[in-house]
Design a protein around this ligand. Structure first.
Ligand code: SF4
Length: 327
């Protein structure tokens, strides 16, 4: 059982909300999202003793808000509210009447099938793979993501979303027939004033991204590789586990700090996103200044259940890549 600390002393009503996990864990099943996790995190997480795995309640806020958005989505469709909402949106009754939510068996003629939160399983290489998609409408799988705008601007998760959607299709090839998946983004930090100054900034607080799915064969090959890697390492010593990659660590871009005086001080003269730009400035100043590369901050460890047992995170803390005070 996951246990929590409440070090910020949030009021009980809020703490109970944050401590309530609605996720329906299915024993002896590897979920689509677990297949995407770093192998180090997956193996170590299962070894963390209950009393070492305490999580501060505050770190659950983003996850719980995400769950609440999913719940609202499901309620809007499954509870029948979609009929009234579609009328408000101007859809004709004839279209609304064609929608069938979570149909079973043969579809009526001209039906528009919409499936919500369907859980499916499939056995592969001695494991049971499971997954629950958010929505499938007219054969296209969709996933709802509440996340920061950074994910959109830098496309940091596109490959993960593609794999997740592809695994859902591999689990449900009879109802997911579209080669594209949709990601519905709800940005948690969207602000209109950032539109002018930030490149690729999402123009609206809610956006859709279409991503091509992998073929069924490529998806199965990916799943097989992940299961093989897990088999190979499930009993490995911590030191022998593969290190998490920068991508798995959600490492941000490095920053190149430029000190015009030639001395490293508490404040740099200017920060550059690339070494080339920083050295161009150095050249302009006739080589007097100094450029210092600051490795990009890593984020994933702050949310990783393997944290207490992982020595890679200790090294990341030591080299300044992992800053826990900003968690
Ligand atoms: S704590 Fe960080 S380095 Fe260790 S397994 Fe988790 S994500 Fe990887």
């Amino acid at each position: 059982m996951q246990t929590y600390t409440n070090s910020s002393a949030v009021p009980l009503a809020v703490a109970v909300y944050l401590a309530t996990d609605h996720y329906d864990y299915i024993p002896n099943t590897i979920s689509a999202t677990a297949l995407l996790k770093p192998i180090r995190a997956r193996v170590l997480a299962s070894r963390v003793p209950a009393d070492m795995g305490m999580i501060d309640i505050m770190s659950m806020s983003k996850s719980r808000i995400g769950t609440s958005i999913h719940d609202g989505f499901e309620k809007a469709w499954v509870g029948g509210h979609y009929k009234e909402s579609m009328l408000k949106l101007g859809y004709p009754q004839s279209v609304i009447d064609r929608i069938v939510v979570n149909p079973e068996g043969p579809l009526p003629p001209k039906a528009i099938p919409v499936y919500l939160e369907k859980r499916s399983f499939r056995d592969h290489m001695g494991y049971r793979i499971g997954g629950k998609f958010d929505l499938v409408a007219e054969g296209r799988v969709a996933d709802v993501k509440s996340t920061g705008t950074y994910t959109w601007t830098n496309e940091t998760k596109t490959e993960d979303y593609q794999l997740q959607g592809s695994i859902y299709r591999w689990l449900n090839p009879e109802i997911i027939v579209d080669d594209l998946m949709a990601v519905y983004f709800f940005f948690t930090d969207w602000a209109a004033y950032r539109l002018k100054s930030e490149k690729n900034y999402p123009p609206q607080p809610v956006m859709q991204q279409l991503i091509p799915l992998l073929s069924l064969q490529d998806t199965e090959d990916f799943i097989s590789q992940r299961l093989q890697l897990f088999d190979q390492h499930k009993t490995s010593h911590e030191q022998d586990l593969p290190l998490c990659t920068d991508k798995e660590l959600w490492r941000k871009e490095a920053v190149y700090k430029y000190y015009k005086s030639g001395k490293i001080g508490p404040r740099s003269t200017k920060n550059f996103p690339t070494a080339r730009e920083a050295h161009e400035q150095l050249h302009k100043d006739k080589g007097v200044g100094i450029v210092v590369e600051v490795p990009g901050e890593v984020v994933a460890c702050k949310y990783c259940p393997a944290f207490p047992l992982c020595t890679q995170k200790d090294r990341l803390i030591a080299d300044g890549s992992l800053k826990l005070e900003t968690a």
